[in-house]
Design a protein around this ligand. Sequence first.
Ligand code: GDP
Length: 358
Amino acid sequence: MQIRQPIVAVLGHVDSGKTSLLDKIRGTGVQAREAGGITQHIGASFLPSEILKKVCGPLYVKMGGANQEIPGLLVIDTPGHEIFTNLRARGGSAADIAILVIDVNRGFQPQTNESLKILQNRKVPFVIALNKVDMISGWKKNPKTMFISQSVKEQDSFVQTALDELLYNVVGTLSILGYNSEAFYRVKDFSKEVAIVPVSARSGEGMPELLAVLVGLTQQYMQKKLDQTEKKTRGIVLEVKEEIGLGMTANMILIDGTLRKSDSVLVAKRDSVIVTKPKAILLPKPLDEMRDPRDKFRPVNEVVAAAGIKIASPDLDGVLPGSPVYATTEESTIDDLKKLIESEMKSVFIKTDTKGVI
Ligand code: GDP
């Protein structure tokens, strides 16, 4: 087996702390730099397994991190509502797993429900980050640990009760919506219960456990999906834009396979599927090599999934964000891939209400 890194997206209600959580995840990687550092992709950050091991400590092994190792986690850098709603591919999603962020003091809010519907439609498994625990009245940050399970045990009992009450409000709402859920430290079977991880994106408490749960879930239940043996090269377009010096470009998540500069790349416009040869495949330059801010990208000849990349080609003008991407070295497969994209584009998700929720 050749397991690729799972792709993680973050979504939830406005102000629940999605951006702060993403910053914290990146910060966690930066702090553990001596262990290998995080690698910047286009629109995503990669946390290699050495970093996860370091951050998660003994929990990494306990969650199954040591077996059949995933190479790390690729976290999409921007909060995800539009990452999912834009996507036109049938059942397609740029993410293998999601973090649904809920503000602990506010509980379920309108966009929490919307996010849940999206995840349900796309069949994306998720973990709940019950954020802002530091705002629970009486909460004391434990200076010695970032592990929330430890921190909770050492809170005054009225604080523990308050957290449990808020947590069980969320469990109750989820139950009405058809999900079994539980605080991750009480979950018996991660395949049957949605894990709720209390966190603070401000203090960083709970981050080790949140990452460990993601590693554990993807490792135990997604092996087949992540295995790269005989996978087609495919991805999803996130954004199409003109870049100075490069012309038309598309930012995309490469989900499976290897993309080579010599490949024929297929993507969809409004009325047709096009075949193009990328002029360049680009990754961000490491910060210390960036002399001029306009000189942001480094060209590569090939890239292996999962990755956030930019491709450049004049043919990309008019390509739809959310379009599936397929690539091949074999001319003979182009027609079949074209048909595949056409059928995926035909089965566009039907909007079910006026707010554009799918
Ligand atoms: P988003 O709209 O979901 O991306 O939310 P933001 O990350 O922008 O956060 C909204 C506000 O909540 C900001 O003022 C953050 O500083 C604050 N915030 C986010 N996470 C936490 C947290 O864990 N604790 C506290 N006290 N504030 C937080």
